[in-house]
Design a protein around this ligand. Structure first.
Ligand code: CP
Length: 292
C-alpha cells in the first residue's frame, strides 16, 4: 500500500513520476478510464474543502472507482465519535483507500500506523498538503519546463500554511530557491527559508500568494485587512512591476482585495484557475499510485 502523508519524506524521483503520470492523465482523451473499477474510496473531510474534496471526487470517478463521501458535519462525529473510530469504521466496511483532511496536527501520522488501507493526506493542520504541493510543482513545471533554478516567493500567512510547507519541502529537492515574505506574526522561522522584503519577493519567477487564514487567527485580522493589503497584498500596482515571464499563483480560496487584488485573479499572468484544473490529473496519479 502506498499512502501519501507528505512531500517531506517523498523522494525526488517519486515526485517526478507522479508529475509525469499526471501529464499522462491530463493528455488522456477519455474522460473515464476505469482502471480502478471495483475499488471503493472514501473521502473523509473533517475540515471544510471545495477544491480538494471535489477534485479528488472527479479524479476517483474518472478512474472508475466507487466513491463514498464522508462529511464530519453530518456524521456521528457530532455525537463525539473520534477520528480513529470513524476511519476504522469505514475501513471495516471494506474501503480500499481513504482521502483524509484533518485539523489537529499529528493525528494523521498516528492514524497511518493503525489503519491498513492507504491514506492520502488532503491537508492536515498546518503540517502538509501534499497534493496541493504536487499540483503547484506541476503548474510550475508546465510553465517553465523545469524547476531547477526557479525563484519562488511564497507571500503571506506562512505560519498557518500547510501549502507553504509542502511546496518548500518539494521545491528544495528540485533545486528551486524558495523565499518567504510575511509579517512577523505570520512567519515560521523554524522552516529556515530566507525571509525577504515585498520588493525583493516581487522579483521572483513565481509569486505565490497565500490566503490569510482568518479561521486560524485568534484576533479579527479583517479589521486590519486594508493595512495588510498595503504591506503584503499583491496589488495591481505591485503586479505591474513583476517580470513579464513571472506567474502568479494562489492555492485558493482567495480573500479578494486582501492578499490579492480582485482584478489579478484572472490576470494573464495568473495561474490560479489552471492550478485547480491541474489538481484533477495530479490526484488521479496519486490515487492510482496508492491502489495499483
Ligand atoms: N486549496 C485548497 O486546499 O482548497 P480547499 O480548502 O477548498 O480544498
Amino acid at each position: 500500500q502506498r499512502s501519501l502523508l507528505g512531500l517531506k519524506e517523498l523522494g525526488r524521483e517519486e515526485i517526478e513520476s507522479i508529475l509525469d503520470r499526471a501529464a499522462y492523465w491530463e493528455a488522456s482523451p477519455n474522460k473515464i478510464e476505469p482502471v480502478l473499477q471495483g475499488k471503493f474510496i472514501a473521502n473523509m473531510f473533517f475540515e471544510n474543502s471545495t477544491r480538494t474534496r471535489f477534485s479528488f471526487e472527479v479524479a476517483e470517478k474518472r478512474l472508475g472507482a466507487e466513491v463514498l463521501n464522508f462529511s464530519a458535519a453530518v456524521s456521528s462525529v457530532q455525537k463525539g465519535e473520534s477520528i480513529y473510530d470513524t476511519v476504522r469504521t469505514l475501513e471495516s466496511m471494506g474501503i480500499d483507500a481513504g482521502i483524509i483532511r484533518l485539523k489537529p496536527i499529528g493525528v494523521l501520522a498516528d492514524l497511518a500506523t493503525k489503519i491498513k488501507v492507504p491514506l492520502i493526506n488532503a491537508g492536515d493542520g498546518n503540517n502538509e498538503h501534499p497534493t496541493q504541493g504536487l499540483l503547484d510543482l506541476y503548474t510550475m513545471r508546465k510553465q517553465f519546463g523545469e524547476l531547477r533554478g526557479l525563484t519562488v516567493s511564497i507571500i503571506g500567512d506562512i505560519l498557518h500554511s500547510r501549502v507553504a510547507r509542502s511546496n518548500l519541502y518539494a521545491l528544495r529537492k528540485f533545486g528551486a530557491n524558495v523565499q518567504f515574505c510575511a509579517p512577523g506574526s505570520m512567519s515560521a522561522p523554524e522552516l529556515d527559508a530566507p525571509l525577504v522584503s515585498m520588493e525583493e519577493a516581487l522579483k521572483a519567477d513565481v509569486i505565490m500568494m497565500l490566503r490569510v487564514q482568518l479561521e486560524r487567527h485568534e484576533s479579527g485580522i479583517m479589521a486590519g485587512a486594508e493595512a495588510y493589503r498595503e504591506q503584503y497584498g499583491l496589488t495591481a500596482e505591485r503586479a505591474a512591476r513583476i517580470a513579464s515571464h513571472a506567474i502568479i499563483m494562489h492555492p485558493a480560496p482567495i480573500n479578494r482585495n486582501v492578499e490579492i487584488d480582485d482584478e489579478l485573479v484572472e490576470h494573464p499572468q495568473s495561474r490560479i484557475f489552471p492550478q485547480m484544473q491541474n489538481g484533477v490529473p495530479i490526484r488521479m496519479a496519486v490515487i492510482e499510485r496508492a491502489l495499483t
